[in-house]
Write a protein that binds this ligand. Structure first.
Ligand SMILES: [Zn+2]
Length: 293
């Protein structure tokens, strides 16, 4: 029986209070009473350094215009919580992006930051109506937009991607090195789900495209949002079936090989494995520890 991984960015369920998104009177009062996270264009957040590690630094909303474009993230610690775009014009111990600080934040702050980054990135790249090109405006507390010309509604997108460990049913798994990575850096295989296929089909297709293997026993092991720029990573493990010879067919992978558990533990031929912010880390170590099989 396959277990599930517990990825770093998915350990806390934010109360998004979605039923409030259409309640304009409530939202106006919530903005007045609430607090806000400022994110820069690069996705950096103000960070406070404390004895328990870094935390997000909230701001009072009183310094901002009542009609500023904002997204209601939900209710956290009984406070309505929002995100806005801004500059590094407030005092903070540091400004860090999700990749840099995500694994050091509490589960609550990591979940709020990934939500804030994901919805903000969608807004930043979808300013115009895809039908007619006119500007759009925020509606539903920032969880959709509406065209100012034709009134069409547009909803945030999340692109599904699969990420998967191929094993041999025993002691070995396949890791690959992306052509953009330095020598010695390895991870599990990954790729986007294409229109018209299931996640499991995407797993089988991507593995065959990237390393020429056929797999069976494809099992889901968990998911994690990955807003770089707009993905949800769907984690799987799969067992090789038939030939175990790796044949690279695809230009994205510079090299790929079978590794034993001892080789992974002793970093033989491997300099860098994924860090805990990525679901890849949890899949690899879950398999190494025998929690996924
Ligand atoms: Zn339009």
């Amino acid at each position: 029986m396959t277990g599930l991984v517990s990825p770093t960015l998915g350990r806390f369920d934010v109360d998004r209070a979605a039923e409030r998104r259409s309640d304009d009177a409530w939202l106006a009062q919530a903005w007045a009473d609430g607090r806000v996270l400022v994110l820069t264009e690069k996705g950096e957040a103000p960070i406070a350094e404390g004895k328990d590690g870094p935390s997000l630094q909230w701001r009072d909303t009183s310094g901002y215009a009542d009609d500023i474009e904002r997204v209601f993230l939900g209710i956290y610690e009984d406070k309505p919580t929002f995100v806005i775009g801004g500059k590094r014009d407030i005092k903070a111990d540091g400004w860090m992006d999700l990749r840099a600080v995500g694994e050091e934040l509490s589960p609550e702050h990591a979940a709020l930051l990934v939500e804030a980054v994901a919805i903000t990135r969608w807004h930043d790249s979808h300013r115009a109506c895809p039908r007619c090109g006119a500007p759009t405006e925020y509606v539903e507390a920032g969880w959709s937009t509406q065209c100012t010309n034709d009134g069409s509604r547009h909803f945030p997108r999340t692109d599904p991607a699969v990420i998967m460990l191929v094993h041999d049913g025993a002691d070995r798994c396949v890791l690959g090195r992306n052509e953009a990575w330095p020598e010695g850096r390895f991870s599990v295989l990954a790729g986007f789900v294409e229109p018209g296929e299931t996640a499991e089909q995407a797993v089988r297709r991507e593995i065959h495209e990237e390393v020429g293997l056929r797999v069976t026993d494809v099992q889901y092991v968990g998911s994690q949002p990955w807003p770089f720029p707009a993905s949800i990573m769907l984690g799987f493990i799969a067992r090789v079936e038939g030939s175990e010879e790796i044949v690279r067919n695809d230009g994205e992978i510079a090299e790929a090989a079978w590794f034993t558990k001892d080789e992974l533990r002793e970093s033989k031929g491997i300099k860098v494995l994924p860090t805990p912010i990525s679901i890849a880390h949890h899949i690899i170590y879950g398999w190494l520890d025998g929690e996924l099989s």
